[in-house]
Design a protein around this ligand. Sequence first.
Ligand code: 9WN
Length: 427
Amino acid sequence: LYDDSYYTAKKVDLDKRAIEILRENSWGDYTLPTKGLYPYQWNWDSMFVALGFSEIDLDRAWTEVESLFQGQWKNGMAAHIVFRKDSPTYFPGPKVWGGTHEVPTSGCSQPPVAATIVRDLYEKDPKLGKQRLTELFPRLMRWHRWFHTMRVISGGAAIAVTHPWESGRDNSPDWDDALAAVDPTGVTPYKRKDLGHVDAAMRPTDAEYDRYIKLVEYGRDCGWDHAHITREGPFAVADPGITFILMRADRDLQALAKYLDKESAVHEIDTWLYRSRIAADYLWNDEINAYAARNLRTGQHADGVSSVGFLSYYAGITKPKRDAKLQKTLSRILKAAPYSVPSFDPEHPKFDSRRYWRGPTWAIVNYLIARGLEEYGFEEKASRIRLDTRKVIQDSGFYEYFDPITGEGSGGNHFTWTAAIWLAWAS
Ligand code: 9WN
């Protein structure tokens, strides 16, 4: 299946091209996901980019992380987009979001991979990283605290997303029920810009966009009161993606706290980790044998398997009986998709191999899933996922995401996080 000589010849070219993509999309202190389609700094994109840069320029990798935190709000939230200046090629821009932070940003957050990446950077060269870590550490603590206070419903422990964009998985079927309940009536007329760059069949629908914008307007109109939005806003869904990514990041932040002798932080993080284990129980869906999103307004579980449900290993959660079922689910899904891991179950009626987070394979999610699987001894599956990622990039190039059945590249091209994952892991 994997032809070594072909691979060796191509590797040199692909390494070179990946480095070029990082440099071309780098705008001084921060990096764009790709020019045109995404002309700003995105939160989790930037952290994967830092990982990519750490292969070739560790100093620049730290700078990427630092620049993201220019978009951190007083309440601790690290925003999902840092705008800095207005660009005509993306909608919605800073005015629509109406954020109040001095550097213009969006009003929600994104999956917190930062602490994990910061730990990676630090451990590569503790001498170079010590001072930078010391400055970033309190910022990371404040952001994680924001999630654990502002994005949980009282009595609960799973982390809620209050906008599909916060999850980083915009149009996943995980949000369908909750999003359908958002009334888009009265949304201010707008024009989508994404469809000028990418085929509409690969993007969210207009009906979804109306609700995305309506949710932005709701947040803006209540002055981005995050606690209120989580408690009473029109959309709040417990997300296995953020819950597991945050739990992993908490563990890494705790390791960093130990390096810095921050004892009270170590204890505070212990309480977060305890709650995340409760959250995992809440997210487990016995009907589909997987961890799945849950609408916090109704308690209803998503009825399909999203790839982020396999991040429990990455988070550090294992339960023998449950894991046996989860592994069976994963084996079934790997069998159904030659270019794994599909973002949504290929055997579910809602699966769509080209439409964004409703089926396509994403290199960044593959990296996280495989990292967790490997740590728990599932080497065969971890290596299958890595080789699939390598092959799909070799065959199709540095696309934003890929059709899990045909391997065809989809969405934006010359995509920074795909190039970064190539350099740091897939190659
Ligand atoms: C909205 C930049 C971002 C990623 C997200 C991905 C997509 C934006 C969009 O692009 O979302 O945030 O306009 O589609 O879903 O994960 O961070 O690459």
